[in-house]
Design a protein around this ligand. Structure first.
Ligand code: ZN
Length: 699
């Protein structure tokens, strides 16, 4: 059902109820082959349009049959990331992050919460009410990891954890360890729907379960999640007269329900997601809660991003998924309005979002403080996930640009290089002397947070990363991300295709793509030219192509033969970036970007005695060219550092007045060498002041 803004919730509800079959909105115009459940193998192999797509062929989001998806995901296993930039992060993720996070989850009682309910643990319930989601998000990471590698030991461990999880499911289908036993009476009350994360936990259960199914073919957890939706949620909650309302207190369930539909073919999950996105006015919600939760009123009535940043990003993901399945133009219009708000007024240069610590929320337009920035890792991940969906809907490169910006910077900064500590906040300036700790820890990076949403979220992002490199389309193939890698997949007409990428991206801008179709085939290869890559060139078999534009896909339509080579030359120039003058904290400052990588300065890299608070960069007509780049293989796992001649103000903080009349004579400075490192590697050594935005002086 297409919900227009002009339909009131009351009207919607009555329409919905009149078309309800068994309490769920029916869609007589669109009928589907029923899902087929093959006993213990648990193979739901019927796609939404009746075509088969085996579990191992389904991507991070399975848009194979989404009628309004222009691009279709490839499975994670279709791309092997070879030695290069992401291979190190992914190896660390697999060998250090995922195993150590499992130990942390055990140590902090997250599995005992399940064991307790079946008499296998005498430990009390531990952790906040959304603690089950920690297990599910970790399972999500394992599921994608198992698409890339067999990993039998990890598989055994996770299988056994899943058995312990499903063992506590009630006959009603209900499964949430916080609300079982003594808290049953609180279950799904209005208050607990607003703050208690029951639907959020179910959403993560479904997402983790689907990832695990796509990695292993084992649907045990997914079957349990579907049982909770089918037997507990749908009969009792929804728009019908005998159903209670659903409030999505922390959006997440919406995108999970649509992915469940994409996996099982059961259309009622899309309808349920649409009902939740629309909101239900039978319960009155305080206006500030509607802002904070980013739910409770029709999604299509939103005009700006506000409230809790992760909630808003996840709601946008769910709404985009809903659009991909329904084509509801009111959603598409709203999504684009919100995306413009994000990218013009609300997003940090790192792709991070959520300016305010209070409520972990978006600020006002252009309110982007640096040191006070909250910028939760999960919010940057939500930004990437949302842009992945917008890209699938449109095929427009601007969405891939935001995805890449968030991935390389605001998400990548969230995990330490050794893979065992994480940032929850990702500020753009840091002063150890002014930092009063975070959630009880004196450190900005920590191995564990009692609210441990971010660490497994980063783990699942890195584990699923190969699935973001390419998409297929009716007319051919799209390449979105560059790194040494091998695609081994097929075009939508079934023709096998391999693409070998050879590059030192992001440190160098030369990328060679060697195509090997199973037989010579005519199709379009859409090559992404990043928005930052002004003056990029593209050649096919050494012959330059025309029409190359930064921020667009170059459509290379031809009869492709095995061994055909596409060569990209993306200028890896260092660029000084200015913020809109309305961003008051960044006025008179620059950020430094080289390719997709945003740089920062850490004080410990500067000349002895130089305080970051005193430095300035001279900029003039040759700005950018004055930066010297240097690859340091042994520094911070191998990075390109940048150097620039700058100046440091002579300030004697002990004797100098806080305020003094303006003196037209230039202030005394000394010339110093300034060193910049990629932002994502900050805080991997001893605590040191850091800044992304550096004051400049014009020359
Ligand atoms: Zn988080």
């Amino acid at each position: 059902m297409a919900f227009s803004k002009h339909v009131s919730r009351r009207q919607f509800l009555s329409t919905a109820v009149s078309s309800t079959a068994g309490g769920i909105l029916a869609r007589p115009a669109l009928s589907f082959a029923p899902g087929r459940h093959l006993g213990s193998a648990g193979l739901f192999d019927i796609g939404a349009a009746g075509s088969k797509l085996a579990w191992q062929d389904q991507g991070v989001i399975n848009t194979a049959n989404s009628p309004y998806a222009k691009l279709h995901s490839i499975p994670v296993r279709a791309v092997t990331i070879d030695e290069g930039f992401w291979s190190k992060r992914r190896k660390t993720n697999l060998e250090r992050s995922i195993p150590t996070m499992r130990e942390e989850l055990e140590e902090h009682g997250r599995m005992d919460n399940f064991r307790r309910l079946v008499g296998k643990s005498s430990e009390p319930q531990k952790g906040p009410y959304f603690s089950d989601s920690d297990i599910y998000k970790w399972t999500d990471a394992v599921g994608w990891a198992l698409q890339s590698d067999a990993l039998p030991a990890l598989r055994r461990t996770t299988d056994s954890m899943i058995r312990e999880v499903v063992a506590v499911q009630e006959p009603s289908g209900y499964l949430n360890t916080y609300y079982q036993n003594d808290r049953v009476s609180l279950r799904m009350s209005q208050h607990d729907q607003e703050v208690g994360h029951e639907m959020y936990c179910l959403g993560h259960m479904l997402q983790g379960a689907i990832a695990y199914y796509r990695g292993t073919g084992d649907s045990t957890l997914m079957d349990a999640g579907a049982r909770m939706v089918d037997n507990f949620v749908i009969p009792n909650y929804g728009p019908g007269p005998n159903q209670k309302p659903i409030i999505s207190g922390h959006p997440e369930i919406e995108m999970a329900l649509i992915e469940l539909y994409r996996t099982t073919g059961k259309r009622q999950y899309v309808d349920l997601a649409g009902y939740i996105l629309h909101g239900d006015d039978r319960w009155t919600i305080e206006p500030e809660r509607i802002v904070y939760m980013f739910c409770g009123i029709p999604f299509t009535s939103r005009t700006k991003l506000e409230g809790h940043a992760v909630r808003a990003m996840y709601a946008c993901c769910g709404a985009t998924d809903y659009f991909l399945e329904t084509g509801d133009q009111a959603y598409w219009k709203t999504l684009n309005t919100l995306w413009e708000d994000l990218t013009r007024r609300q997003m940090y240069v790192t792709g991070g979002v959520g300016a305010r610590a209070q409520w972990e929320a978006f600020g006002a337009a252009y309110e982007l403080p640096n040191q006070q920035a909250y910028v939760e890792s999960c919010a940057a991940i939500g930004n990437m996930m949302w842009n992945w969906r917008m890209l699938a809907a449109s095929g427009e490169a601007k969405f891939a640009d935001v995805l890449e910006r968030a991935l390389y910077n605001g998400i990548n900064s969230g995990m330490s290089l050794d893979g065992t500590t994480y940032c929850y906040r990702n500020p753009l300036a840091f002063d150890p002397a002014a930092f009063d700790g975070f959630r009880g820890s004196p450190n900005i990076r920590n191995p564990w947070y009692d609210v441990t949403c971010c660490p497994p979220n980063i783990e699942r992002t890195f584990a699923s990363l190969p699935g973001y490199f390419y998409s297929t389309s009716k007319d051919g193939l799209y390449v979105h991300l560059y790194d040494n890698s091998t695609l081994d997949w097929h075009l939508e007409d079934g023709t096998g295709i391999k693409v070998q990428q050879t590059t030192n991206y992001p440190w160098q801008g030369a990328v060679q793509l060697t195509l090997t179709p199973a037989q010579p085939t005519e199709f379009t290869f859409h090559v992404r030219v990043p928005g930052w890559a002004t003056n990029a060139t593209v050649a096919v078999n050494g012959k330059s192509e025309s029409g190359v534009k930064a921020g667009e896909y170059l459509a290379l339509h031809r009869h492709w033969k095995p061994g055909d080579r596409v060569t990209l030359s993306l200028p890896m120039e260092t660029v000084s970036v200015a913020a809109n003058p309305r961003v008051s904290e960044d006025r008179g400052k620059i950020a430094v970007r080289r390719g997709p990588v945003i740089y920062c300065m850490e004080e410990l890299d500067q000349e002895h005695g130089v305080a970051l608070a005193d430095v300035a960069v001279p900029i003039g007509p040759r700005t950018g060219k004055e930066f010297q780049s240097d690859f340091k293989a042994d520094l911070l796992d191998g990075i390109v550092i940048l150097r620039h001649r700058g100046s440091a103000y002579e300030v004697s903080s002990a004797s100098e007045a806080l305020y003094a009349p303006v003196n037209p004579a230039p202030r005394k400075t000394r010339s110093v060498d300034l060193t910049f490192i990629p932002y994502y590697v900050w805080a991997n050594r001893q605590p040191s002041a850091m800044q992304v935005w550096v004051p400049y002086v014009t020359t």
